[in-house]
Write a protein that binds this ligand. Sequence first.
Ligand code: NAD
Length: 542
Amino acid sequence: MSTTETQSGSEAGTSGLNKAQLPPGITESMIDRLTGMVVAGKAGEKREPFDMIEVYTGDLIGQLPQSSPEDVVAAVRTARAAQQEWASRSLHDRLAVFERAHELILSEIETIATLIQLGCGKTRRMAIEEACDTPMVIAHYLKTAEKTLKPKKRSGPMPIITSSTEEHRPKGVVAVIAPWNFPFAIAMSDSTPALMAGNGVVMKPDNKTALCTLYGIELLHQAGMPRGLVQVVCGSGPDVGPTLIDNVEFVMFTGSTATGRRIGEQAGRNLIGCSLELGGKNPMIVLDDANLDEAIPSATFAVFGNTGQACMHIERIYVHERIHDQFVRRFVTAAEELGSKIGAGYDFEPEFGSLVSVDQLQRVAAHVDEAREKGATVLTGGKPRPDIGPAFYEPTVLTGVTPDMAHATMETFGPVVTIYKFTTDDEAVDLANATTYGLNASVWAGNLDRARKLAERIEAGSVNINDGFVTTYAAKGTPSGGIKQSGVGTRHGAAGLLKYTDTINIGVQKKQIMAARSGMPYEKQLKSTLVTLRLMRRLHLG
Ligand code: NAD
């Protein structure tokens, strides 16, 4: 930050909201520079800007320009023009940009974390952890992209005289639509393989959390990414989303199942590919031989980390009856201890942060209030904390939740969990699978073979044994995504890169043997075909 840049005070802004006291490292001129990167107000009807709020206080940070559908068309056009040149570069040259971006993200990690916190109110620790995701994804693909993308020669239908080569070409322009809960990680990490593969990207971050994404793109520019290749459009989803999907060749969407279904429908109509990473209602099963000294702290993070606003976080815990009461007692104590460290701050002091918005708080409170009214027991928490800030809500543990309550089946997406009791492993599996979602699950056991057998029967895209969700999410070499209503497609691993390419099959026939056979009598041709097929099977060819 330049020392001559001014920090804003807390006088009232034009919107009637108090102006935020900007945290260290963030200035008004920086915010102007970042918001100036949004493609908005250049074409079509002008939109009212969006008031960005510091969620800890509800004070105004600045205004985010909003794109019109015509701006979206212009953004895709610009990305497409830059993509031609980018795709013509060697993979080595494209990866060199990410080699530099990796280092830049690490050296700017404090600023990234502050911008993440400003928009979504998570703790410093979670913001830093979020910022680490993109360097991890970059490092994985720097190591593997060349092998994954290089053409692969296969044998053709007739060995030796024919060949077939699998080639991967960039799709063109990819839309990356991201939610607010991991606004830096999701937008940047999902764009990374798309760009490495030679595509252009048009990003649509959530309005509330766009600043950290814009800063990430600024770092990509500093690393040598050509200007124009990555464009950002902002606006309400239904306003800008449909035009974006009508103009790109692939959609990478992360968000709710309801929105994912709309995106998938439109992508289907346009006959373009899409990858949908959606919601969950994730179970944890604690077997009777689990080590509770390890399970309790891990479960506390899996439930309350990121203030319960992580797609893979746990909202249902099933505990074997033999250890149920002990688990409940210890888990409630851990939740209360965490709740005592609730707070707003750009340092490592608070261990439990804010929800993203007052709207989100109302959704969470509605689920808890309804459960309480219908007879559930609130063992701890269950209250907003307006004394700290407008969107703070306590870590909350429920029991006695029944299927008629919204929290039983719907994603609450907040710091709320219900603990249930089970008797047999079969019952635990049935309860865990009794959901339309299939994103993540966790199994705790002393006997890993028993846990593995149980994991094989759980309907979820990720199953973590003796962990909540970090092990699978951090394994960047393994593709992961949701099944059932939690998604279509995967991110990470080779599949997470190849999805941004068209696979082309180039076949070569060195000698015209097909033509030579065309004059053959039918009986002779059939006999020769059958002999050839048997030979190929025996020699494992074809
Ligand atoms: P959301 O679906 O409301 O919005 C996600 C993004 O889509 C936002 O940028 C939004 O503006 C945009 N959008 C909304 N309508 C659109 C439309 N018609 N066309 C195009 N874009 C549109 O979700 P949210 O509330 O921001 O995020 C929370 C949800 O995301 C939760 O359900 C959570 O589980 C899920 N999530 C999933 C993953 C995963 O990897 N599976 C990761 C993070 C969050």
